[in-house]
Design a protein around this ligand. Structure first.
Ligand SMILES: NC(=O)c1ccc[n+]([C@@H]2O[C@H](COP(=O)([O-])OP(=O)(O)OC[C@H]3O[C@@H](n4cnc5c(N)ncnc54)[C@H](OP(=O)(O)O)[C@@H]3O)[C@@H](O)[C@H]2O)c1
Length: 273
């Protein structure tokens, strides 16, 4: 049982837990005995994920809320402390994407929405959680993307919001290290089987839905990503690349940005084709 027991009696809060990676992570944590605080806007889907976790023996609190609303982040943390008395891991996972050339964007409000969900959405939860993470010497886990380090065409606003999240986490890590709090950012490649692409905002600021592109085979399986993240949490890694080879792109980008951009442009062109 060794590794599987690693989250027993730990309280893990996950935002964006009603679908995709957040839901899969919740189940992975439940398997390892964690107590869970789960937030998303869709109450029904959140309840279904909670039931699955409870069937695995986990105690689960659900909070229906929107990370773009600061008061909802506060409510999530307060409810967690009231129910479980502590908070060991905060996983800021809720996210929203886009898929359109910048020149085609009809209303720049789209950029505000992406910042409010992907960047401020994390800040809204981290701020109330920090004193509790300091008490538990816990870990903030920010679910980012390789786009937090390397820009990707057709994703200007998404890349910018993930860069903001990365900068926030890198600065915070240094501030809070002395109090025993860890900060881990997860830089992901494309994932298979999530709804991020259908929900991604198009040029008119509306979700792409059926018009969205399907992922190619190289995209990472959800379970594989969730297991890598839980392992990273256990090791309190600073930066986790999923898959690991993504680190190479980050390295090339630091040393030879033009080469990295050539690689990225080619990949996006193939996804478009
Ligand atoms: N899929 C990929 O290829 C990929 C690649 C790199 C990084 N990521 C990152 O992984 C994370 C999870 O994405 P995913 O692929 O699992 O996407 P997903 O399938 O679309 O799930 C997104 C989750 O976030 C929740 N959410 C969205 N907006 C929210 C808001 N304003 N307040 C609260 N919850 C909100 C959604 O639930 P409700 O609608 O119920 O609120 C849902 O549970 C994101 O941060 C994303 O940027 C994904």
């Amino acid at each position: 049982m060794g590794f599987l027991a690693s989250l027993s009696h730990k309280t893990v809060v996950i935002t964006g837990a009603s679908a995709g990676l957040g839901a899969t992570l919740a189940v992975e944590c439940a398997r390892r005995g964690a107590r869970l605080g789960l937030l998303a806007r869709n109450a029904e889907r959140l309840a279904a994920v909670a039931r699955e976790c409870e069937q695995l023996g986990s105690e689960v609190l659900i909070v229906v809320g929107d990370v773009a609303v600061a008061a909802d982040g506060q409510r999530l943390v307060e409810a967690t402390i009231e129910r479980f008395g502590c908070l060991d891991y905060l996983v800021a996972n809720a996210g929203l994407s886009m898929w359109t050339p910048f020149a085609a964007v009809e209303d720049v409000a789209l950029f505000r929405t992406l910042m409010e969900v992907n960047y401020l959405g994390a800040v809204h939860c981290v701020h109330p959680a920090l004193p509790h993470l300091q008490k538990s010497k816990g870990l903030l886990v920010a679910i980012s993307s390789i786009q937090g380090q390397v820009g990707v065409p057709l994703h200007t606003g998404y890349s910018a919001s993930k860069h903001a999240l990365q900068g926030f986490c890198d600065a915070l890590r240094m501030e809070v290290a002395a109090s025993g709090v860890g900060v881990m950012t997860v830089l992901l490649h494309w994932l298979q089987g999530t709804e991020l692409r259908q929900r991604a905002l198009g040029k008119d600021g509306k979700a792409l839905g059926a018009a969205s592109r399907k992922h190619r085979a190289e995209a990472v399986r959800l379970e594989e990503a969730a297991q890598a993240i839980v392992r990273g949490m256990q090791k309190r890694q600073q930066r986790l690349y999923v898959p690991k080879r993504l680190r190479l792109l980050a390295l090339v980008h630091a040393l030879w940005p033009a080469l990295a951009e050539w690689v990225v442009k080619g990949k996006v062109a193939r996804e478009e084709g």
